[in-house]
Design a protein around this ligand. Sequence first.
Ligand SMILES: Cc1cc2nc3c(=O)[nH]c(=O)nc-3n(C[C@H](O)[C@H](O)[C@H](O)COP(=O)(O)O)c2cc1C
Length: 213
Amino acid sequence: MTVDTDVFEILHTMRAMRKLKKDPVPREMINKILDAGIRAPSGQNTQPWAFLVIEDEEGKNFFGERYNYWLKERFGERLKKTADNKEGRSIDAAVHLAENMHTAPVLLMVMGLRDWPFKVPKDERVGLAPPSYGSVYPCVQNILIACRALGLGASLTTMHQMFEEEIHDYYEIPKAYGIVSVIPVGFPTGNFGPVTREPISKKTHYGKWGFTK
Ligand SMILES: Cc1cc2nc3c(=O)[nH]c(=O)nc-3n(C[C@H](O)[C@H](O)[C@H](O)COP(=O)(O)O)c2cc1C
Protein backbone atom coordinates (compact mmCIF):
# COMPACT_ATOMS: atom_id res chain seq x y z
CA MET A 1 0.00 0.00 0.00
CA THR A 2 1.64 3.27 -1.08
CA VAL A 3 0.64 6.41 0.77
CA ASP A 4 0.90 10.05 -0.32
CA THR A 5 1.86 12.13 2.67
CA ASP A 6 2.02 15.78 1.54
CA VAL A 7 -1.18 17.10 3.07
CA PHE A 8 -1.28 20.30 0.98
CA GLU A 9 -0.73 18.38 -2.24
CA ILE A 10 -3.54 16.02 -1.18
CA LEU A 11 -5.96 18.88 -0.43
CA HIS A 12 -5.19 20.63 -3.70
CA THR A 13 -5.75 17.53 -5.82
CA MET A 14 -8.68 15.90 -4.02
CA ARG A 15 -11.31 16.20 -6.73
CA ALA A 16 -14.59 14.33 -6.47
CA MET A 17 -13.50 11.08 -8.17
CA ARG A 18 -16.71 9.69 -9.65
CA LYS A 19 -15.36 7.26 -12.24
CA LEU A 20 -14.19 4.10 -10.55
CA LYS A 21 -12.72 0.80 -11.64
CA LYS A 22 -14.51 -2.38 -10.62
CA ASP A 23 -11.41 -3.86 -8.94
CA PRO A 24 -12.10 -4.74 -5.31
CA VAL A 25 -10.69 -2.56 -2.55
CA PRO A 26 -8.74 -4.62 0.01
CA ARG A 27 -10.32 -4.75 3.46
CA GLU A 28 -7.03 -3.47 4.88
CA MET A 29 -7.55 -0.22 2.95
CA ILE A 30 -11.16 0.12 4.07
CA ASN A 31 -10.07 -0.33 7.67
CA LYS A 32 -7.36 2.27 7.19
CA ILE A 33 -9.76 4.90 5.84
CA LEU A 34 -12.31 4.19 8.57
CA ASP A 35 -9.56 4.42 11.16
CA ALA A 36 -8.67 7.84 9.72
CA GLY A 37 -12.37 8.80 9.87
CA ILE A 38 -12.71 8.08 13.56
CA ARG A 39 -9.70 10.29 14.37
CA ALA A 40 -11.94 13.30 13.61
CA PRO A 41 -13.08 15.71 16.30
CA SER A 42 -16.71 15.65 17.49
CA GLY A 43 -18.68 17.73 20.00
CA GLN A 44 -17.68 16.65 23.52
CA ASN A 45 -15.88 13.74 21.85
CA THR A 46 -19.24 12.00 21.45
CA GLN A 47 -18.05 10.19 18.30
CA PRO A 48 -21.62 9.87 16.99
CA TRP A 49 -20.64 8.21 13.70
CA ALA A 50 -21.38 4.70 12.51
CA PHE A 51 -20.50 3.08 9.20
CA LEU A 52 -22.11 0.59 6.88
CA VAL A 53 -19.75 -0.98 4.35
CA ILE A 54 -21.82 -2.19 1.40
CA GLU A 55 -19.96 -4.55 -0.92
CA ASP A 56 -22.57 -7.14 -1.88
CA GLU A 57 -24.26 -6.90 -5.26
CA GLU A 58 -27.81 -6.85 -3.94
CA GLY A 59 -27.04 -4.12 -1.43
CA LYS A 60 -25.26 -1.98 -4.02
CA ASN A 61 -28.02 -2.48 -6.59
CA PHE A 62 -30.65 -1.39 -4.08
CA PHE A 63 -28.84 1.87 -3.43
CA GLY A 64 -27.66 2.46 -7.00
CA GLU A 65 -31.10 2.09 -8.57
CA ARG A 66 -32.64 4.62 -6.23
CA TYR A 67 -29.73 7.04 -6.39
CA ASN A 68 -29.85 7.07 -10.20
CA TYR A 69 -33.62 7.49 -10.26
CA TRP A 70 -33.63 10.36 -7.77
CA LEU A 71 -30.67 12.23 -9.25
CA LYS A 72 -32.51 12.41 -12.56
CA GLU A 73 -35.88 13.14 -10.94
CA ARG A 74 -34.41 15.91 -8.81
CA PHE A 75 -32.13 17.62 -11.35
CA GLY A 76 -33.70 16.57 -14.68
CA GLU A 77 -32.81 19.02 -17.44
CA ARG A 78 -29.95 20.48 -15.43
CA LEU A 79 -28.05 17.25 -15.96
CA LYS A 80 -27.84 17.88 -19.70
CA LYS A 81 -24.32 18.93 -20.55
CA THR A 82 -24.26 22.26 -22.35
CA ALA A 83 -20.52 22.85 -22.77
CA ASP A 84 -17.27 20.95 -22.65
CA ASN A 85 -15.91 22.94 -19.74
CA LYS A 86 -15.21 21.92 -16.13
CA GLU A 87 -18.86 22.29 -15.13
CA GLY A 88 -20.01 20.22 -18.09
CA ARG A 89 -17.51 17.49 -17.26
CA SER A 90 -18.64 17.49 -13.60
CA ILE A 91 -22.24 17.03 -14.71
CA ASP A 92 -21.19 14.14 -16.95
CA ALA A 93 -19.25 12.58 -14.11
CA ALA A 94 -22.17 12.97 -11.69
CA VAL A 95 -24.49 11.24 -14.17
CA HIS A 96 -21.87 8.55 -14.80
CA LEU A 97 -21.62 7.96 -11.07
CA ALA A 98 -25.40 7.68 -10.73
CA GLU A 99 -25.63 5.19 -13.59
CA ASN A 100 -22.70 3.14 -12.29
CA MET A 101 -23.13 3.51 -8.55
CA HIS A 102 -23.99 -0.18 -8.27
CA THR A 103 -20.64 -1.15 -9.79
CA ALA A 104 -18.50 0.80 -7.32
CA PRO A 105 -16.51 -1.74 -5.30
CA VAL A 106 -17.62 -0.22 -2.00
CA LEU A 107 -20.45 2.04 -0.93
CA LEU A 108 -19.46 3.49 2.39
CA MET A 109 -22.43 4.83 4.29
CA VAL A 110 -21.61 7.26 7.08
CA MET A 111 -24.29 7.73 9.69
CA GLY A 112 -24.64 9.96 12.72
CA LEU A 113 -26.64 9.70 15.92
CA ARG A 114 -29.53 12.11 15.87
CA ASP A 115 -29.25 15.08 18.17
CA TRP A 116 -31.33 18.27 18.41
CA PRO A 117 -29.34 21.47 17.89
CA PHE A 118 -29.09 23.42 21.19
CA LYS A 119 -31.17 26.29 19.84
CA VAL A 120 -34.28 24.16 19.29
CA PRO A 121 -36.29 24.46 22.56
CA LYS A 122 -37.23 21.14 24.20
CA ASP A 123 -40.99 21.63 23.66
CA GLU A 124 -40.44 22.23 19.95
CA ARG A 125 -38.58 18.96 19.43
CA VAL A 126 -41.06 16.98 17.36
CA GLY A 127 -40.33 14.16 14.97
CA LEU A 128 -36.81 12.95 14.38
CA ALA A 129 -33.82 15.15 15.15
CA PRO A 130 -31.29 15.53 12.35
CA PRO A 131 -28.00 13.71 12.75
CA SER A 132 -25.37 15.87 14.40
CA TYR A 133 -23.82 16.97 11.10
CA GLY A 134 -21.13 19.14 12.67
CA SER A 135 -19.82 16.12 14.53
CA VAL A 136 -19.89 13.78 11.53
CA TYR A 137 -18.66 15.84 8.57
CA PRO A 138 -15.12 16.10 9.98
CA CYS A 139 -15.12 12.29 9.95
CA VAL A 140 -16.42 12.28 6.36
CA GLN A 141 -13.67 14.69 5.32
CA ASN A 142 -11.01 12.56 7.04
CA ILE A 143 -12.27 9.58 5.06
CA LEU A 144 -12.01 11.51 1.78
CA ILE A 145 -8.49 12.64 2.64
CA ALA A 146 -7.45 9.11 3.58
CA CYS A 147 -8.86 7.76 0.31
CA ARG A 148 -6.89 10.35 -1.64
CA ALA A 149 -3.72 9.54 0.31
CA LEU A 150 -4.11 5.85 -0.55
CA GLY A 151 -4.84 6.54 -4.22
CA LEU A 152 -8.50 5.60 -3.89
CA GLY A 153 -11.20 7.56 -5.71
CA ALA A 154 -14.10 8.77 -3.58
CA SER A 155 -16.83 11.38 -3.66
CA LEU A 156 -19.23 12.77 -1.13
CA THR A 157 -22.87 12.14 -2.02
CA THR A 158 -26.11 13.11 -0.29
CA MET A 159 -28.84 12.12 -2.76
CA HIS A 160 -29.91 9.43 -0.24
CA GLN A 161 -31.99 12.16 1.40
CA MET A 162 -34.65 11.49 -1.22
CA PHE A 163 -35.10 7.86 -0.12
CA GLU A 164 -33.69 7.66 3.38
CA GLU A 165 -36.64 5.79 4.88
CA GLU A 166 -36.27 3.00 2.36
CA ILE A 167 -32.58 2.79 3.22
CA HIS A 168 -33.34 2.44 6.90
CA ASP A 169 -35.75 -0.39 6.22
CA TYR A 170 -33.62 -2.27 3.71
CA TYR A 171 -30.29 -2.16 5.56
CA GLU A 172 -32.01 -2.44 8.96
CA ILE A 173 -30.47 0.76 10.30
CA PRO A 174 -31.83 1.93 13.67
CA LYS A 175 -33.91 5.13 13.45
CA ALA A 176 -31.62 6.70 16.07
CA TYR A 177 -29.11 7.18 13.26
CA GLY A 178 -29.51 9.57 10.36
CA ILE A 179 -27.57 9.03 7.17
CA VAL A 180 -25.04 11.76 6.51
CA SER A 181 -23.29 10.70 3.33
CA VAL A 182 -22.76 7.74 1.07
CA ILE A 183 -19.24 7.60 -0.35
CA PRO A 184 -18.58 5.33 -3.33
CA VAL A 185 -14.97 4.15 -3.08
CA GLY A 186 -12.75 2.42 -5.61
CA PHE A 187 -9.60 2.82 -7.65
CA PRO A 188 -10.09 5.77 -10.02
CA THR A 189 -10.06 5.40 -13.80
CA GLY A 190 -8.56 8.89 -14.19
CA ASN A 191 -5.99 10.99 -12.40
CA PHE A 192 -6.29 13.14 -9.35
CA GLY A 193 -6.22 16.76 -10.42
CA PRO A 194 -6.34 20.31 -9.14
CA VAL A 195 -9.55 21.49 -7.53
CA THR A 196 -10.71 24.92 -8.65
CA ARG A 197 -12.06 27.22 -5.98
CA GLU A 198 -12.67 30.94 -5.65
CA PRO A 199 -9.68 32.62 -4.01
CA ILE A 200 -9.62 33.38 -0.28
CA SER A 201 -9.58 37.09 -1.15
CA LYS A 202 -13.21 36.75 -2.32
CA LYS A 203 -14.26 34.94 0.84
CA THR A 204 -12.39 36.61 3.66
CA HIS A 205 -13.05 39.71 5.75
CA TYR A 206 -10.78 41.14 8.43
CA GLY A 207 -11.98 42.56 11.72
CA LYS A 208 -15.43 43.49 10.42
CA TRP A 209 -17.39 42.41 7.38
CA GLY A 210 -16.37 44.32 4.29
CA PHE A 211 -12.76 44.88 5.32
CA THR A 212 -10.79 42.94 2.76
CA LYS A 213 -7.07 42.96 2.07
C1 LIG B 1 -22.81 18.51 1.28
C2 LIG B 1 -22.36 17.97 -0.06
C3 LIG B 1 -23.23 17.19 -0.80
C4 LIG B 1 -22.83 16.65 -2.03
N1 LIG B 1 -23.68 15.82 -2.70
C5 LIG B 1 -23.27 15.24 -3.85
C6 LIG B 1 -24.10 14.28 -4.50
O1 LIG B 1 -25.18 13.91 -4.02
N2 LIG B 1 -23.65 13.73 -5.65
C7 LIG B 1 -22.43 14.06 -6.18
O2 LIG B 1 -22.09 13.54 -7.26
N3 LIG B 1 -21.62 14.96 -5.59
C8 LIG B 1 -22.01 15.55 -4.43
N4 LIG B 1 -21.17 16.42 -3.77
C9 LIG B 1 -19.83 16.74 -4.34
C10 LIG B 1 -19.77 18.15 -4.92
O3 LIG B 1 -20.58 18.25 -6.06
C11 LIG B 1 -18.31 18.49 -5.24
O4 LIG B 1 -17.55 18.41 -4.06
C12 LIG B 1 -18.17 19.88 -5.82
O5 LIG B 1 -18.86 20.01 -7.03
C13 LIG B 1 -16.71 20.23 -6.06
O6 LIG B 1 -16.15 19.30 -6.95
P1 LIG B 1 -14.59 19.00 -6.94
O7 LIG B 1 -14.27 18.69 -5.51
O8 LIG B 1 -14.39 17.84 -7.87
O9 LIG B 1 -13.90 20.24 -7.39
C14 LIG B 1 -21.53 16.94 -2.54
C15 LIG B 1 -20.65 17.72 -1.77
C16 LIG B 1 -21.04 18.21 -0.55
C17 LIG B 1 -20.05 19.01 0.28
